[in-house]
Design a protein around this ligand. Structure first.
Ligand SMILES: *Cc1c(COP(=O)(O)O)cnc(C)c1O
Length: 786
């Protein structure tokens, strides 16, 4: 029997690894052995896929982040071992969920951009598309977040401390990366990306930096113990953390070194494999037939000069030959219109990282300008488009100049790029621009993380075909008026809320009531995402309940999660603010009967898997025009939450698919904000509006306490009295009343539970568009030609 075979194999691995029998070892050892068993089981299919892909055109996803989440449960599901899994775990003397909880989330990403890369990898494997991922194996990841007196604290995340059974170290394929002042080893670790039930297994290759000769024996011998290890430490620093603090020059150099490190290793790897496979093509005539590199934002853009360098200096092609190839093999995804996120590096930093690549970038720029001059471009326009200008290298310009295609990540975002952010580029290269609305994989974000709903959908549709064709969910619309179905939808939601409440009690120590509305905002902390608007609305409710304790409102639980960048003071202030509101509200005997607030620590993929399925309301409240797409919004929708959102990013497409009357739309549009932008005066708004004044004034009161950090005064000033920058740059006060009204509508509509369930089902039924299977097929057909 399959189950017995698996159990025997795991026992064997336990014995080999620990010298003990299964009943003597820890849950961790059982998890590790079970994972190794799966890696052993898949090895032939993995090798077969790798071999097959050698002979065809492949796409390569270059990304500084891959937020893959835990592998164990998802691999069991995708490889089709889930029918045996419970029984196997039982034989091992442990529950399946206890085994799953042993796995650390690989902390290899920050937020949506990294999670998108992970969803794309899974969808490509499922769709039998040859897509390989290339990135960085950060030894300490981003950071682990915890709270001390409500302040965010950070610590290193040593996610491989207990091993990493899901990767194979491929020592023999090590590369050397050269910087101006340093030479390091790039050692690849390969992780399988398993397609859903199709035995197709692609590869995610992550590079780790190591010293070539890390230990100085003679220094050690002379008692210089620290010095003897410094070469090793300097090398390993390169892949220690994601987004090292770049407020100082040393940090900037480290960031760019990190970027160059992984793209240099990746391009070297791909070029050397090509030469092995096609030893006769010394002019690389067919290279562009076999390769297309997708640049996930500007972080991997150094791949462009690196490919040129390899073709020119190590393979002796002429500039024209090398450029012809390079111009055919890159495509670029833009992820933001926020100026601070458009990478620009000062010339001396690029030169310090790799002088030859800097020279190549300057030559690309020189030839580009000559071309523009020839087509009668004005100096002013040329200045906008230049790659090297005013002492800086603009990575987005280098990417757009070189790429065959440039894409935004939602319809609105792509339109803003064309009309505004990248207007001059769009005029120059109109046919390069296209939209690829983001998506999420339904395997992880529904089948795995919401089994009860997933099974029910299969029961209703009479087949599980929808897992591979999410547009089939549309057929659920025939149940929109079926009371039995609607009641069951509510019951499933309730069960997920009970599970989340239990988990939050265990992990945060807060009691929450599954009968209350679960109103959730989980995402990175950023002013444009407007967690502050959400917080001020809670203050508004608090004041209302205080002045009228008998007020009739449906009990509500506000749940927050998300990390602030360690150097982003105001975002950290907002976390402290929300934690203080939580303390105030939850400790008030009257208010806490109606509302509760909890900010969960260290939000990450595995926490999300418990949160998204339990939401009634999905908070997607960014300032219109600022959220490129969002993908959290799609996860909530697929799990039956109603969106409370602005006309921004993919929210617009969600409203279009599911209908505005199944969601709660509020706030100013991009056009409206543009119109008022120059005259917007939040101070007048504050002075003339009693409700806003009373709400915002909590920041200056002694009802809440920022422990002398002046954080709350700083938030206040940012809204009302900012001297150095525009006050309320994200229009929190502008949208406040519209937001309050939308919340009142939620309160009213939640009372009719069948009508609410109908809207929930309407959202689920219309979430098909947001499968990353759809997105990845569009990339494959319209950009990659694979
Ligand atoms: C989906 C996801 C995100 C992205 O959320 P947005 O709401 O789109 O910003 C961030 N972090 C994690 C862990 C996620 O799973």
């Amino acid at each position: 029997m399959e189950k017995d075979r698996i159990v025997e194999q795991i026992k064997d691995i336990v014995l080999y690894k620990t010298g003990k029998t299964i009943d003597e070892v820890s849950p961790q050892a059982k998890y590790e052995a079970s994972s190794i068993m799966i890696m052993d089981d898949i090895k032939e299919d993995w090798a077969k896929t790798t071999k097959k892909n050698k002979d065809r055109r492949n796409a390569y996803y270059f990304s500084a982040e891959f937020l893959i989440g835990r592998s164990f449960g998802n691999n069991i599901l995708n490889y089709g071992l889930n029918h045996e899994a419970e029984g196997v775990a039982e034989e091992l003397g442990i529950s399946l969920s206890a085994l799953e909880e042993m796995e650390e989330d690989p902390a290899l990403g920050n937020g949506g951009l990294g999670r998108l890369a992970a969803c794309f990898m899974e969808s490509a494997a499922t769709e039998n598309l040859p897509l390989q991922g290339y990135g960085v194996r950060y030894s300490q990841g981003l950071f682990k977040q915890y709270f001390n007196q409500g302040f965010q604290m950070e610590e290193g995340d040593d996610w491989t401390a207990l091993g990493d059974p899901w990767s194979l170290r491929k020592q023999a394929e090590t590369k050397i990366v050269n910087f101006k002042d340093q030479k390091v080893l790039a050692v690849p670790y390969d992780t399988p990306v398993i397609g859903y039930r199709n035995k197709n297994i692609n590869t995610l290759r992550l590079w780790q930096a190591e010293a070539i000769n890390g230990f100085d024996f003679s220094k050690f011998n002379n008692s210089l113990y620290d010095d003897s290890m410094s070469t090793k430490n300097r090398a390993e620093d390169i892949t220690r953390v994601l987004y090292p603090n770049d407020s100082q020059k040393a940090g900037k150099i480290l960031r760019l070194k990190q970027q160059y490190f992984f793209v240099s290793a990746s391009i070297q790897d791909i070029v050397s494999k090509y030469k092995q496979h096609f030893p006769l093509d010394i002019k690389f005539k067919d290279f562009s037939k076999y390769h297309i590199f997708q640049l996930n934002d500007t972080h991997p853009v150094m791949a462009i000069p690196e490919l040129m360098r390899l073709l020119l200096d190590e393979n002796f092609l002429s500039w024209e030959e090398a450029w012809k190839i390079t111009k055919k093999v890159f495509a670029f995804t833009n992820h933001t219109i926020l100026q601070e996120a458009m990478e620009k590096w000062s010339e001396d930093i690029v030169e310090t990282v790799n002088p030859r690549c800097f020279e190549i970038i300057k030559e690309i720029d020189r030839r580009f300008i000559a071309e523009l001059k020839e087509s009668k471009y004005t100096n002013e326009k040329i200045e906008e488009l230049r790659i090297v200008s005013k002492g800086t290298v603009r990575m987005a310009n280098l990417a757009i100049r070189t790429s065959i295609k440039v894409n935004g990540v939602a319809e609105l975002h792509t339109e803003i790029l064309k009309k505004d952010t990248l207007k001059d580029w769009y005029e120059l290269y109109p046919s390069k621009f296209l939209n690829k609305t983001n998506g999420i994989t339904p395997r992880r974000w529904l089948v795995y993380s919401n089994k009860e709903l997933s099974n029910y959908i299969t029961e209703l549709l009479g087949s599980d075909d929808w897992i591979l064709d999410l547009s089939k969910l549309k057929e659920l619309e025939k149940y929109l008026d079926d009371e039995t179905v609607l009641k069951r939808i509510n019951e499933i939601k309730y069960n997920n809320k009970v599970r989340l409440a239990k988990y939050i009690k265990e992990n945060e120590g807060v009691d929450i009531d599954p009968n209350s509305i679960f109103d959730i905002q989980v995402k990175r902390l950023h002013e444009y995402k407007r967690q502050l608007l959400n917080a001020l609305h809670i203050v508004y409710l608090y004041n209302k309940i205080k002045s009228n304790p008998e007020i009739d409102i449906v009990p509500r639980t506000f749940i927050f999660g998300g990390k602030a960048a360690p150097g982003y003071f105001r975002a950290k202030s907002i976390i402290k603010f929300i934690n203080e509101i939580a303390k105030l509200v939850n400790n008030d005997p009257i208010v806490s009967k109606k509302i509760k607030v909890v900010f969960v620590e260290n939000f990450r993929v595995s926490y999300g898997e418990k949160i998204y399925p339990a939401a009634d309301v999905s908070e997607q409240i960014s300032t219109a025009g600022k959220e490129a797409s969002g993908t959290g919004n799609m996860k909530f929708m697929l799990n039956g939450a109603l969106t409370l959102g602005t006309y921004d990013g993919a929210n617009i497409e969600i409203f279009k698919e599911a209908g505005e009357d199944s969601n709660f739309v509020f706030g100013a549009t991009v056009e409206e904000l543009k119109e008022i932008e120059s005259t917007y005066d939040p101070e007048q708004l504050y002075l003339n509006d009693e409700v806003i004044k009373e709400t915002v004034d909590i920041l200056k009161s002694d009802i809440i306490n920022d422990n002398g950090s002046y954080m709350f005064l700083e938030i206040y000033n940012s809204l009302i009295a900012n001297k150095n920058e525009k006050p309320d740059a994200y229009f929190v006060l502008k949208d406040f009343h519209s937001y309050v009204k939308a919340h009142e509508k939620i309160d009213k509509e939640y009372r009719d539970s069948l009508s609410w369930a109908r809207k929930s089902l309407k959202n689920i039924a219309n979430a098909g568009k947001f499968s990353s299977d759809r997105t990845i097929k569009e990339y494959a057909n319209e950009i990659w030609d694979i």
